[in-house]
Design a protein around this ligand. Sequence first.
Ligand code: SAM
Length: 350
Amino acid sequence: MSSARVSDALYRYHFPLDSKVVVRATTGLEQLVATEVTAAGHSVEGVSKRQINVSPAAGSILTRPPRLADDAFAVAAQVPDPGPGRVPLWESADSLGQVGRAWVGPPTFAVSASFVGRRNYSRFDIEDAVGRALSRQGIGSYVSRRNGGVPPRDAAPWRVTLDGSTMYVGLRPFPAPLHRRPWRARTVPGSLHPPVAAAMARLAGIDSHHTVVDPCCGAGTILIEAHMCAPAAGFVGRDIAPSAIAIARHNSGGRPIEWKRGDASACDVPPHSVDRIITNPPWGIRQRAGDLATFLTEWHRVIRPDGLLVVLLDEAQERVMIRRRDWALTATYPLSVAGRHPRIFLAVPR
Ligand SMILES: C[S@@+](CC[C@H](N)C(=O)[O-])C[C@H]1O[C@@H](n2cnc3c(N)ncnc32)[C@H](O)[C@@H]1O
């Protein structure tokens, strides 16, 4: 059978070209990820909570994975979701069938599982059931994460998802989940999940002639992801904390992004000179949500009349945004991230 090779420093596997791919997403970003996947020429077969099932065009989704995705894996086997019972779980794992020689990797492997719905078992039970079943097939030696077990760095990363109708078992062809960006060496408290930053950049619709500002840039996540999305635009990052500016500069490597210390309530730019503000200000946990009102007044001063604000706000801040008469909301995207339920707001100046 013809196959595609996906390789990096740790793994070299051959995947049958007709392998289905499961793409994992942050809750709330599923449709945006599906749109990105479709725009890249792949067929989306289904979208459910945190998951997009894809029939890829010539395996290229694994060599150029979607930036808005949390993770992706090539499906080696699928069986009906066993439902809530433990015994059906073991039976399902035993019924996976041979995953085939194309899937053989390093001598050890790990399994990480996710599921939706109520179950009478934990993710560790799923991982152990599938891990032991695959081990019996001779694909390698299974290392369990139960009781704090840590698989070796080069263990093959098998994935299992139970989406309520199907149990998918497959292999992630990358050494780390997609959301873990190689460029992000350092973070600040409140640093943004990179796929959310990539989604905000995508929603901003950046043109090559645009000036894009993040006035609370932290570790630089939003502007670095935005630069990858639209490299010809101009990018300006500001933060009140000098340490954050140093971290953003370090993370951005040689990218042409201007980083400078500055206060989001007194931006050092002329009125109506900014095309896009994309930002995630402090969430009112360590700093008062009320600060947002001052920021919004200043951002209204600097944004062009045809400009756009893309801002991620926590629940406490939403009320401040919704009450504003100088900003008109054009869209909101509710998310579930880091145990909280913020929303991406898109707003234009009135
Ligand atoms: C939630 S963090 C931003 C995280 C960033 N998106 C990232 O991924 O690292 C908020 C940032 O706003 C900065 N900040 C707080 N008050 C500010 C102000 N008045 N002006 C500018 N930056 C401010 C904090 O120093 C912090 O780095």
